[in-house]
Design a protein around this ligand. Structure first.
Ligand code: PLP
Length: 377
């Protein structure tokens, strides 16, 4: 089991202390220190969700009305909605045909004089191509916020994901590599950004009744901090099992024509969150929905590029058309006109399988058998 009496004992200690918020207790502080050390960074800041971590990160970099931020369309909604929360404009770039993470070439084409940041997503435990993205960001003087929510523990060129750009964001939702129920973390090496993130997490209030900027209540609770501290100690073991399960599935379907296992780029040490498979409909004579229906254990992952959802097609965010209608922006983005060929093909061919530590070998074997049958092998 993922959560055991080790977490339970720590939670009981928090309750006995009678101090449930980070303003009074020590558990979030300790979790933050351990998380920073694990990632080799100066600062870690405990947040109540991964979504809030992204919202804060963008605000801390002073990105807002009139600014563009480049994101992949093959991700969870929070990567893009956190830009809208800050009244800035999400601009979608295409993904790489093998890693399914942000394609640096497409990013380059999307940069304008309004671009302030790129948010690469480390997808299901596979790192985005940070070397190339960083080079582009440096060339154009723009920031990188890493959405490492679903890839905690993965590495890119031997560096922990989240520690490579200006700010890294993590989530501890139950589906992620470690969990606190709900929860998130921000990491950075910048003293100034860390200070701003802490301010925004807590009402812009550095001391009682002093308000220095617009903030929120995005604090992690002590119970989350206590669970997270124990989970972090177990994380390397979890990731080992996840990676081993992924390797087992990949080997099991290795030579089946028409089904691709996940691709691990040379620069990446993965921390598999899901195992993402790809079907070639013309080879297996079946489209994605038929495949998914005949394979109930498989998951749909992201069914369409984010820009095809109603939120973007009809631009429904703040009243009066904001942020798109903002006079600071003064341009027109029509998401109906966007067509990114790779993501549109990939969303029609992708399925995901669980490889979490509680899954057993028989389930993995059954999954391999099902794939073989569906691919007529
Ligand atoms: C899970 C996830 C988030 C959001 O995390 P929450 O903790 O659920 O708010 C953001 N981005 C990606 C890519 C995620 O997978």
């Amino acid at each position: 089991m993922n959560l055991t009496n080790e977490e339970q004992k720590e939670v009981i200690k928090v309750m006995e202390s009678q101090m449930l918020t980070l303003l009074h207790g020590e558990y979030v502080k300790k979790f933050e220190e351990d998380f920073a050390i694990y990632h080799g960074v100066k600062h870690a800041i405990g947040i109540n969700t991964g979504t809030a971590a992204l919202h804060i990160a963008i605000a801390a970099l002073d990105i807002g009305p009139g600014d563009e931020v480049i994101v992949p369309p093959f991700t969870f909604i929070a990567t893009a909605s956190s830009i809208l929360h800050n009244n800035a404009i999400p601009i979608f770039a295409d993904i790489d045909n093998k890693s399914y993470t942000l394609d640096p070439k497409s990013v380059k084409e999307k940069i304008t004089d309004k671009t302030k940041a790129i948010i690469p997503v480390h997808l299901a435990g596979i790192a985005a191509n940070m070397n190339e993205l960083k080079e582009i960001a440096n060339d154009h003087g723009i920031f990188i916020i890493e959405d490492a929510c679903q890839s905690i523990g993965a590495k890119c060129n031997n560096k922990m994901v989240g520690s490579i750009g200006e700010i890294g964001c993590f989530s501890f939702y139950p589906s992620k590599n470690i969990t606190t129920g709900e929860g998130g973390m921000i990491i950075t090496n910048s003293d100034e950004l860390a200070e701003q993130c802490k301010l925004i997490r807590h009402h812009g209030e550095p001391s009682w009744y002093v308000y220095n900027r617009l903030g929120y209540n995005y604090r992690m609770t002590e119970i989350q901090g206590a669970i997270g501290g124990v989970q972090l100690k177990k994380m390397d073991d979890f990731i080992k099992i996840r990676n081993e399960n992924a390797r087992y599935l990949t080997e099991g379907i290795q030579n089946i024509e028409g089904i691709d296992p996940p691709y691990v780029p040379k620069y990446c040490d993965p921390a598999f969150n899901y195992w993402i498979g790809r079907i070639h409909p013309s080879i297996i004579n079946m489209n994605k929905m038929e495949f998914l229906n005949k394979f109930p254990r498989s998951k749909i992952l992201y069914p369409k590029p984010l820009y095809k959802t109603k939120l973007f097609q009809e631009k429904i965010a703040y009243p009066k058309g904001c942020p798109w209608s903002c006079t600071y922006y003064g341009r027109d983005v029509n998401y109906k006109d966007i067509s990114l060929p790779i993501v549109e093909q990939v969303t029609n061919e992708i399925f995901a399988l669980d490889i979490h530590p509680n899954i057993n070998r028989e389930t993995l074997d059954e999954n391999i058998e099902t794939i073989k049958i569906l691919a007529n092998k």
